[in-house]
Write a protein that binds this ligand. Structure first.
Ligand code: SF4
Length: 431
């Protein structure tokens, strides 16, 4: 039997494309290379397109097009699916947005695979080959993360300065009001066998990667086992963790020894009241300086997640946050506008209070638009304050102040900061 032609698409949101393109710290999107690893090469010819690098080849014909859909890309993906279906391509969709709103996505796809796809995606492919595919494959039980195939990085166009991504586990014990993790994944927390993760990392094509986990230190004893196995591989990596786990000095020291260069910390706010509002009481503002110093003391840089737009944020929040970042020596930051993703407690509350300003999902990217009516300022004031903060944070003066305070991985942090600075200059200041 002739092989089927399978097109796998990682879509890119036009709204923030330019912004991401100008930054120096992009990493490769894992989902499609990972799912491609489950596909039999005896039965399928795979073409993987990441719209970050190249356009979708609408003029070619495929048997199946698989699209992973997140909220800001949803409308773009629906348009893409309609165009592909016009040419007779069978369209299958999955990803976070399809998991949250399958009824919305249904008219645009021949088949939906909401939720975790490790078991349902291979099942769909098997049924497709037999001509007996269903319209919906829902993941009813948490799939095992054992004996996972290797992601097909060979299918991705090589990108300069790109980092690869690796999963070691899935899930998070917390329930922040704006996070949709619990609505997308099964609630159980699972880890991959540490030796399988180490084997995969040892054979990665590059020397730098990121852990894709939502909370890398979430299971500390497992993390320690993994970190011991990683040291000596000569890799450099970053991971997302909660600040409370950074109390654990042994964990930080092992992470550094294993090649950790920076930790992404979801600080979100420097006000305890705001953190309570966000149901993120695990962050204690009074501990910030001690724990950031501890991370720096271990030779690891900090990339803070900072979010503006909570109900308790007044106009003074921007300057207060700026002062705190400089005082703490925060090395870098991912600064976002609060975004009420569908399915989250935040979305439900704002909808109930009649404060959502749009249902255009393209605006729900956390970077370029305010999507709801803030409590203590206007949407314009929130956007202007957020932009002013970003310009100030990535000004040469602030970069100098922060990195002088941190004194960790200075050259690398400088490159990252200048990448963000360039992105802001190119996309916003020069129109
Ligand atoms: S700690 Fe992070 S991953 Fe966990 S619920 Fe909160 S935002 Fe989501």
């Amino acid at each position: 039997m002739a092989k089927k032609r399978l097109l796998m698409i990682t879509p890119e949101n036009r709204e923030i494309f330019r912004h991401r393109k100008a930054q120096a710290n992009n990493f490769l999107q894992l989902t499609m290379p990972y799912l491609a690893g489950f596909v039999s090469t005896d039965s399928f010819d795979i073409r993987l397109i990441d719209e970050y690098d190249e356009p979708v080849p609408y003029d070619e014909s495929f048997d199946i097009a698989a699209i992973t859909v997140n909220t800001p890309n949803a409308l773009h993906c629906y348009r893409m699916a309609s165009r592909l279906r016009l040419h007779g391509t069978y369209v299958v969709m999955g990803g976070p947005h399809v998991s949250l709103l399958p009824d919305e996505a249904r008219p645009y796809a021949d088949c939906l695979i909401p939720g975790e796809a490790e078991e349902t995606w291979p099942l769909f492919l098997r049924d497709f080959l037999r001509g007996s595919q269903r319209r919906l494959y829902r993941s009813d039980n948490p799939p095992t993360l054992e004996r996972l195939p290797r992601p097909r990085w060979d299918l991705v166009k090589t990108r300069r300065m790109a980092r690869y991504a690796v999963i070691s586990g899935r899930g998070c014990r917390h329930s922040c009001s704006y996070c949709n993790l619990r609505q997308i994944y099964h609630s159980s927390i699972r880890e991959r066998p540490a030796d399988e993760v180490i084997d995969e990392i040892a054979t990665l094509p590059g020397s730098r990667f990121v852990f894709w986990d939502d909370n890398f230190f979430g299971a500390p004893e497992y993390a320690k086992r993994l970190l011991k196995g990683l040291s000596g591989l000569g890799k450099e990596w970053a991971a997302q963790v909660t600040l409370e786990q950074c109390e654990n000095l042994e964990l930080l020291q092992l992470a550094r020894k294993a090649g950790c260069v920076y930790l992404f910390l979801g600080l979100e706010s420097f006000s305890q009241g705001t953190l309570r509002e966000a149901n993120k009481g695990i962050n204690r503002v009074c501990d910030y300086i001690r724990l950031i110093d501890r991370i720096h003391g271990c030779g690891i840089s900090t990339q803070a997640g900072i979010v503006f737009g909570f109900d308790s944020d007044g106009m003074d929040v921007f300057d207060r946050t700026m002062d705190a970042c400089e005082q703490l020596g925060i090395d870098g930051a991912t600064v976002s506008l609060l975004t009420p993703f569908p399915g989250t407690p935040l979305y439900d509350r704002l909808k109930q209070e009649n404060r959502l300003l749009t249902d255009n999902w393209e605006w729900f990217n956390g970077k370029t638009r305010v999507t709801f009516q803030p409590r203590r300022m206007s949407p314009e004031q929130l956007f202007t304050g957020y932009m002013r903060f970003r310009r100030k944070f990535f000004s040469l003066r602030s970069i100098f102040r922060r990195l002088c305070r941190s004194r960790v991985n200075i050259l690398q942090s400088l490159i990252l900061n200048l990448g963000y600075r360039q992105s802001i200059e190119r996309n916003y200041d020069r129109g």
